[in-house]
Design a protein around this ligand. Structure first.
Ligand code: UT7
Length: 312
């Protein structure tokens, strides 16, 4: 089966920035605690924008940069665990806003923070079954809506935002992907939807232990399957949850930390949006060059995990 190629990327975060000092006025925490335990300095919180507004902003930017017309989109997927409504999906509302024609599957996909990676494999399959050339894949979260602002162990970690990509299939393109799930809800779950009941519940250390195992194990499997070594990979773009998780994973892989892109300092953990936001920042900054090999690795509620290895 053909591999995916990133044609373009985009991102959209709400303008309101909430610093660690701002958080310390809401719960008993400090800039020092949050920075040293997580690497996070600030996050963006919606202030009137809906999740769909963010998804549309990121998607519009990616579509404009790709110079792709709505009629050329063959599938539109939003990876999210915080959609605006149980139904219709965020993806259908993105479809309406962008004028994507009716003969296109549009739906949301929930694989927690691994959502964007599940989305890549999903759109790869659907594109190969259809006749249109491009997929629109968005990772979008409005986590501020489901934060328990009395729980300092979770509310300081997360942020809002969306990242998008226009993707196409290419014969012979490097493509390795793996996805998995453990069927375990006790460690990380979000109840809701509905602001009156919604909240993130998390056993932080449980997620930590899972993540520092999942990242190296995904990376090793992708390398084994592709016949490549870590030296052949230019960038590792992990889910942006916690700097210490990434540092521990890098040590376990004997990989230089400079290979791991990190931006949780500016956004916090944006769940399914974190990898596409990171890819878009890197793309915009000229860090990603055509031909470079990139490995994305995600982990999150489910517990799910996933990875993709491809050429930019
Ligand atoms: O997308 C996946 C999402 N989840 C994650 O990535 C979570 C992964 N886990 C983690 O990142 C870390 O476990 C945390 C950052 C959540 C917590 O760090 P930790 O080093 O595991 O701290 P801890 O839970 O062991 O708590 C240590 C102390 C406790 O106080 P005592 O009992 O030692 O007095 C907590 O009450 O830190 C306290 N604490 C805080 N203190 C200040 C917990 N949260 C805070 C806070 N500010 N925000």
């Amino acid at each position: 089966m053909k591999g995916l190629k990133f044609i373009s990327t985009g991102r959209c975060v709400p303008p309101k920035i909430v610093t660690n000092d701002d958080m310390s006025r809401i719960v008993d925490t400090s800039d020092e605690w949050i920075r040293t335990r997580t690497g996070i300095a600030q996050r963006h919180f919606s202030d009137g924008e809906s999740a769909v507004d963010l998804a549309v902003g990121a998607a519009r930017q990616a579509m404009e940069r790709a110079q792709v017309r709505p009629e050329e989109i063959g599938v539109c997927v939003v990876a999210t665990c915080t959609p605006d409504h149980a139904a219709p999906s965020d993806a259908c509302l993105v479809q309406a806003a962008l004028g994507i024609p009716e003969d296109v599957p549009c739906f949301d996909l929930n694989a927690g923070c691994t959502g964007f990676l599940y989305g890549l494999e999903t759109v790869r399959g659907l594109l190969s079954l259809g006749s249109k050339p491009y997929a629109l894949l968005i990772g979008c979260e409005q986590l501020s809506r489901v934060l328990d602002m009395t729980d300092r162990s979770t509310c300081v970690l997360f942020g809002d935002g969306a990242g998008a990509a226009v993707l196409g299939l290419e014969e012979g393109a490097l493509w390795e992907a793996l996805l998995g799930s453990r069927g375990n809800w006790e460690i990380l779950w979000v109840n809701g939807p509905g602001p009156e009941t919604a909240a993130i519940h998390m056993d932080g250390q449980g997620v930590y232990r899972f993540a520092v195992e999942a990242i190296p194990s995904c990376a090793r499997t992708l390398l084994e399957r592709s016949g490549l070594t870590l030296d052949d990979v230019d960038w590792i773009v992990p889910h942006q949850a916690n700097r210490r998780i990434i540092e521990t994973a890098a040590k376990r892989l004997h990989a230089p930390i400079e290979k791991f892109y990190q931006n949780m300092e500016r956004y916090g953990n944006t769940s399914a949006a974190s990898i596409p936001i990171a890819l878009d920042e890197m793309n915009e900054a000229g860090l990603l060059k055509r031909g470079q090999r990139v490995m994305c690795i995600g982990f999150g509620a489910g517990l799910t995990w996933g990875g993709a290895l491809f050429q930019w």
